[in-house]
Structures are given as C-alpha cells and as structure tokens.
Design a protein. Structure first.
Length: 115
C-alpha cells in the first residue's frame, strides 16, 4: 500500500506542471462549451449558445465577456428588424487557445492512464 502511494507521489510532479498550464479562462464549463460550439460553427447567436449550453442570459453574458476580454471570441451586435441580435465567432487566438487547452487535457489523460 505504501509503495503504491509512493509511486503515485512520484508520478504527480509529471502531471502537475501540465495542470498548471491549463488556460484558466477556458477551464470552466460554459466558456469551454462556448468555444467548443464556435469551433464547429462559423458564428452562433447569443440565443443559440444559451439554448445549447442550457444557461441563463446573465451567466452567458458574464462568460462571453470574459472570452471577449481574452481575445478568444469576437462579438457582433446588430438588429434583425427591430430585434437585437448578438453573434459570436471564434477568433484565431481563441482557436489556438482551445487547441492548446485540448492538447493539455489529452496529455493529462494519457499521464493518468499510464500511472
């Protein structure tokens, strides 16, 4: 039993640096979901993302703003007739950040399975 714990303790320093490099902006359910959805759709409206992620207006607004501030998504506001319409798209920086995040998560998974 003690030997197994010692083996796990030695394995942790390998996984720990990768975990620390995870992008904290992305590492949250709503933000990761939004980036993932935008990775497979050129643009999505606020309403479409809200329905897809099953979240509230306020919650999505806060997370979308955080992604905008980081430069990961771009927001275009306009009107469809008299109805306000907000569309989001993934930026080049956002796509690169998502790819790095997924690479890190895959490395963590591999490290955990090998342990």
């Amino acid at each position: 039993m003690a030997r197994a714990a010692a083996t796990r303790a030695r394995a942790l320093p390998i996984a720990e640096p990768r975990a620390l490099r995870l992008d904290r902006v992305i590492h949250e359910r709503v933000r990761l979901g939004m980036l993932s959805a935008l990775a497979v759709h050129e643009t999505l409206t606020f309403t479409a993302i809200k329905k897809l992620l099953d979240t509230s207006d306020g919650n999505l607004s806060v997370h979308a703003r955080k992604l905008e501030t980081a430069g990961y998504v771009a927001c275009d506001k306009g009107f469809a007739g008299r109805v306000p319409r907000t569309e989001y798209r993934l930026t080049t920086a956002g796509r690169r950040a998502l790819e790095r995040y997924l690479d890190h998560m895959e490395a963590l998974i591999r490290t955990t399975r090998e342990a």
